[in-house]
Every structure is written in structure tokens, then in C-alpha cells.
Design a protein around this ligand. Structure first.
Ligand code: FAD
Length: 318
């Protein structure tokens, strides 16, 4: 079932959904399974699998010389999505990036997903490649996420890049896009960021998943502001428990968000990261309860590969 079909079927009940990372190259699926197994008893409606683009590394060769090599440290987003779908009989949602993809490669990835029985995809622009300062689109690719959304919707209408294909098959994808309650870091202002979100919706996006936030008021205001400019599709809150002291600096820097004063004060009182992890669970449990009471479509947890803290939260909620 598509993400939007799950939401419709739930008739206002809040669903559970998860996001996982593909394993690092050289690892098997053991860790993913160990972390997903305990969460599957709470019947997540869908599981997202992130996409990790290529990066350039310097490799030492002979005589102290170095050469550049392009690697992908977490390949196999589509394969992991399919494996999970088959193992757990749960719908999976691979993430698909504009960054590093030509339109032809995007089309081929979508054809592969369609053949594998995947019918929801999260369409993203992606960040600058590691080592680059600013995002640069492939010259044969999309500069923004709205371009991928349009390409997916074209495929749903049987429109391929090659217009000579005879009797083309129409795919049937449901498309999610990212939304930022605290503004995307590159946007000059919140209002313009919302307008570009609206452009993704006008291109055919079916639902939105938000960047993480630690203050529910940010999400409630974002939803209100989206509705005010005519964005009617479901807006799923993306949630992550705080787990280390270092994240007080890291999360605002990486995701351009504010951490509430009360939360920061409590983190400073924690004597070690074990205590921070417990605080993160308590904070996100409260956040989740309030969001569920407000009737959000799904509570979408970023597991980041470890699920002990998410298990504790989900146990209280579902
Ligand atoms: P866009 O919607 O294209 O927006 C990017 C910026 O450009 C914004 O500032 C926007 O306001 C602006 N903009 C948009 N359209 C236009 C336009 N037409 N003209 C001018 N400006 C425009 N990253 C990964 O690498 N892999 C993942 O799996 C992944 N999953 C994610 C999941 C979620 C739920 C979220 C919230 C983020 C995820 N990201 C992931 C991070 C994401 O790739 C970055 O935040 C990226 O910088 C922006 O992606 P986007 O799709 O929101 O871009």
C-alpha cells in the first residue's frame, strides 16, 4: 500500500513509521534486523530507507602520492527497501536524490523500484556532496526536488524521457517530499522556503515528512502556515530522540534547528551520555504524546541505526 493509502485507511488514527539507514559497505543486514525486529511488533505502516550519495576520498598510492576515488559508503537503498518489504511484509519507502543523478538514472531507479513492488518514494534534492561547499546538480539532472516530483508524476502518466517508447507502462508511485518547520538552511527566509514547498506540492507531491524538531509548537505553526498557503496534503512529523551531549552543537549545525532552553538545561545537568539518552527518550515521549493527541498522520522516527531508545518511546505510544 502507498503511504497515502495507509493514512486514509487509518481514518484519523496516528500511524507509526520508521526511517533506517542502509548498512555501511562491507556490513551485512544483521544490525538492521536486530534493530528492526523489536519495533515490528508495533506494526509500523511503512519504513523509509535513506539514500547516501557518493563522496570523493583521497587514497594513498605509491611514493607518497594520493589519488582521488569516488565511493559510496552506504549503497543499496533500493535493495534494502526490497529486502525489508519481503522479510517483514511492510511497505518500504526508498529515498531518491537529485544530487549525483542524471534524469536518465532517476528514471532507471524508478523503473527498478516499480518492478520490485515499491510504490512510495521520498523525493529529495540532497545536500552538497561531501567535500563540496554548495550543492551542484548534475548537468543532466534536477536542481531541486520539485524536478524529481514532476519526473515521477510523468512516469505515472506513462511519460518516459524517450518519447518513442511504444505502449509505455504507467507507474503508480505516491511521492513524499521534505518540509522544514524551522526553514531549510539555504533559504533566505521561512516564507520563501514555504513557497518552494508549495512548488513541490503543485508538482504533484502526495505527502510531506518534516525535518526533526524538538518543540512541537514549531510543527503546529508550520502546519498552520502550510494550510494558509493552500498546502492540503498530510504533513508527517519526523522525530529523533536526543542521545548525546555533543548533539547540542551538532544538531543545530547539521539541521539548522533550535533546541528548546528547557531541554538544553536538562542536558547540561546529565552526568553522562547514558543519562542524556534517557532524557532524550522522556522528552520525545512527551512530544509524541502531544502530537498523537493532536491527530498527526504518523509519528515518524529517525532510528539512525539504533533502536533501543525508539523502542522505549513506541512502547508508551502504540
Ligand atoms: P529542495 O526542496 O529542492 O530545497 C532545497 C533548497 O532550495 C531550499 O532552501 C528551498 O527553499 C530551495 N528551493 C527549492 N526549490 C527551489 C527553486 N525552484 N528555486 C530556488 N530555490 C528553491 N538527504 C540525503 O542525502 N539522503 C536522505 O535520505 C535524506 N532524507 C531526508 C529525509 C527528510 C524527511 C528530510 C527532511 C531531509 C532528508 N535529507 C536527506 C536531507 C535533504 O536532502 C537536505 O535537507 C537537502 O539540503 C534539501 O533537500 P530538499 O529535497 O528539501 O530540497
Amino acid at each position: 500500500m502507498k503511504v497515502t493509502e495507509h493514512i486514509e485507511k487509518a481514518k484519523g488514527q496516528t500511524l507509526l513509521s520508521l526511517e533506517i539507514l542502509p548498512p555501511l559497505k562491507g556490513q551485512d543486514m544483521k544490525d538492521i534486523i536486530t534493530n528492526l525486529n523489536p519495533l515490528m511488533e508495533y506494526n509500523p505502516a511503512f519504513v523509509d530507507v535513506t539514500y547516501h550519495r557518493e563522496e570523493t576520498i583521497l587514497e594513498e598510492v605509491e611514493n607518497g602520492m594520493f589519488r582521488k576515488r569516488t565511493v559510496r559508503k552506504r549503497p543499496s537503498t533500493i535493495a534494502i527497501s526490497t529486502a525489508i518489504q519481503h522479510k517483514y511484509n511492510v511497505d518500504s519507502v526508498p529515498h531518491l536524490l537529485a544530487g549525483g543523478f542524471t534524469k536518465e538514472e532517476t528514471e532507471n531507479a524508478l523503473i527498478e523500484m516499480d518492478f520490485l513492488g515499491i510504490n512510495s518514494v521520498l523525493a529529495l534534492r540532497g545536500d552538497a556532496a561531501p567535500g563540496e561547499k554548495y550543492f551542484t546538480a548534475d548537468k543532466e539532472g534536477h536542481a531541486y526536488a520539485d524536478g524529481i516530483v514532476s519526473q515521477i508524476k510523468d512516469l505515472n502518466d506513462g511519460k518516459y524521457l524517450d518519447s518513442n517508447i511504444v505502449n509505455p507502462h504507467s507507474t503508480n508511485f505516491c511521492v513524499g517530499v521534505a518540509g522544514y518547520p524551522e526553514k531549510h538552511f539555504e533559504s533566505p527566509n521561512y516564507k520563501e522556503d514555504l513557497e518552494f514547498l508549495k512548488a513541490k506540492v503543485d508538482a504533484g507531491a502526495d505527502y510531506i515528512v518534516t525535518q526533526m524538531f524538538f518543540d512541537n509548537q514549531k510543527y503546529f505553526k508550520f502546519v498552520e502556515d502550510c494550510r494558509a498557503i493552500g498546502i492540503e496534503i498530510p504533513i508527517i512529523p519526523g522525530l529523533k530522540p536526543l542521545s548525546t551531549k555533543r548533539q547540542l552543537r551538532l544538531l543545530p549545525h547539521m539541521f539548522s534547528l533550535d533546541l528548546p532552553c528547557d531541554l538544553v538545561r536538562e542536558v547540561h545537568k546529565c552526568k553522562d551520555n547514558k543519562a542524556v539518552r534517557q532524557l532524550g527518550v522522556e522528552w520525545l515521549t512527551q512530544q509524541s504524546k502531544e502530537l498523537k493527541e493532536a491527530g498527526v498522520p504518523s509519528l515518524h522516527y529517525y532510528t539512525m541505526g539504533k533502536s533501543d531508545n525508539i523502542q522505549k518511546i513506541v512502547k508508551e505510544l502504540f
